[in-house]
Design a protein around this ligand. Structure first.
Ligand code: MTE
Ligand code: CO
Length: 426
């Protein structure tokens, strides 16, 4: 901060403004500016602004900090016609407003079947029963005294992009791809808790049950449970948000979001899957021949360009940054290719930031736009060598009756105005 009195700042600024412009002309080798074509002085540079003139709010006025008031448009949104009631519905992450790989806690998409349970952690219990040596009940304090781990993972709802099976429908990556978030979780491994209870030799499946009004439950095979699953009480360095299952949720890395039971209150150990209504009628992929795929847990490699996109049109010719997200439930993302001309030419995008197992990666393509129409697509390849398919390749195998597991390549048409649209290349 300057210790000069504010009174002498305006004149100094005006002087700097004039000298600065003349200097820039010389430095760039441009012709000398004539009086009539000299740019108008920019008051944002030449005038002292209020935020520079007056003291700001003091510390601790905002005990829990919120985003700037100029960021109000950055918000979760829902699609009114998608569901009958908000208690059993979904809101979408504004992917086109975000960067890096971590989803801000207040912007995570939400998917509830019975609304948000508000649970006092002092009243929360986790029971482990069934095929165990010692049925146990844990309080939150018990869990917090067990060895702790931190992991960054994406959670994608199996229904993400589910509206797009029959053709391009929703205009914005928030709605086509926004049923995903990527968070740093803190908690204990599921293995630690299961070891404490002691698994019987015939323990093969777990049933995870939520304490919310939907009492949601899902079956989880024991191999996965002992591999990399967590019981999380923290996200992004603080307690879980109520929307994300406070005070305790299951973290099932790489697998469809539905199994990540929130407000987790019970784990029953059994020797076969629980065939709940949810699992048999909903979380199956109906094929064209009337048969269905069942227990399709893993989320295959997928990617999406978040900018430009329908909610984030191009506003400038010349230099631009294209960016997006890629992920795979089978490992890490190895490569992302991007085309600007509907697949005629592909270039490998630059991945920047951490590349972690079962986490999203952030990719960029720095490009010049001269106002021509663009057909933008991205294609992810994961550490198993799997390459994200086109939507038509997917339809050939899976038909269009399903809602779930649509990981096909997304196309955005960018018009010469810079506006973008959700389209498919026929
Ligand atoms: N767990 C409970 N108890 N109740 C629910 O409604 N919804 C599931 C899963 N776990 C749900 C739940 C579904 S379908 C998804 S996609 C994820 O939670 C969504 O997690 P999120 O709300 O943190 O995005
Ligand atoms: Co879901």
């Amino acid at each position: 901060m300057s210790d000069k009195s504010s009174a002498d700042i305006p004149s100094r600024r005006k002087f700097l403004g004039a000298a600065g412009l003349a200097g820039a002309g010389v430095a760039l080798g441009a012709r000398p500016l004539k009086a009539q074509d000299a740019p108008k002085p920019d008051p944002l540079i030449t005038e002292v602004q209020d935020w520079n003139r007056y003291l700001g709010e003091g510390v601790a006025k905002r005990p829990y900090g919120m985003p700037s008031k100029f960021e109000k448009h950055v918000a979760r949104r829902d699609v009114s016609w998608l569901t009958a009631v908000p208690e059993s519905s979904v809101s979408f992450t504004p992917l086109h407003e975000l960067d890096g790989i971590i989803t801000p806690s207040g912007l995570c998409f939400e998917r509830h079947h019975g609304g948000i349970a508000e649970i006092n952690p002092a009243d929360h219990r986790l029971m482990i029963n069934g095929l165990v040596d010692r049925p146990l009940v844990f309080t939150m304090d018990d869990l917090r005294r067990m060895p702790r781990v931190n992991k960054i993972h994406f959670l994608e709802c199996a229904a993400n992009s589910g509206m797009e099976w029959r053709g391009a429908q929703l205009n914005g990556c928030q709605f086509t791809h926004g049923m995903i978030h990527n968070l740093m979780y803190t908690g204990v491994t599921l293995k630690t808790v299961l070891d404490e209870a002691g698994l019987k030799p015939n323990a093969k499946w777990l049933m995870l049950e939520g304490a919310d009004a939907s009492g949601m439950n899902r079956s989880l095979p024991i191999e996965k449970a002992l591999d990399d699953c967590m019981l999380a009480f923290g996200m992004n360095g603080e307690a879980l948000r109520p929307e994300q299952g406070y005070p305790l949720r299951a973290v099932i890395p790489g697998w469809e979001g539905n199994i990540w039971v929130k407000w987790l209150r019970r784990i029953e150990v059994g020797d076969m899957p629980w065939q709940t209504r949810e699992e048999t009628s909903k979380y199956t992929d109906l094929l064209a021949n009337g048969r269905a795929r069942w227990h399709t847990f893993v989320m295959d490699a997928k990617s999406v360009v978040t900018n430009p996109s329908p909610q984030a049109p191009l506003r400038h010719k010349g230099r631009n940054v294209l960016t997006g997200l890629a992920w795979s439930g089978r490992g890490t993302v190895k490569r992302v290719d991007v085309t600007l001309d509907g697949g005629r030419n592909w270039r490998t995008a630059r991945i920047d930031g951490p590349v972690l197992e079962k986490s999203v990666v952030r990719f960029y393509v720095d490009f010049d736009w001269n106002g021509q129409e663009l057909m933008i697509q991205s294609r992810a390849m994961d550490s198993t060598g799997y390459v994200q398919p086109t939507k038509d390749e997917l339809r050939k195998v899976r038909g269009v009756n399903s809602i779930y597991h649509n990981n096909g390549i997304q196309t955005w048409l960018v018009r010469s105005t810079g506006e973008a649209e959700n389209v498919e290349i026929g």
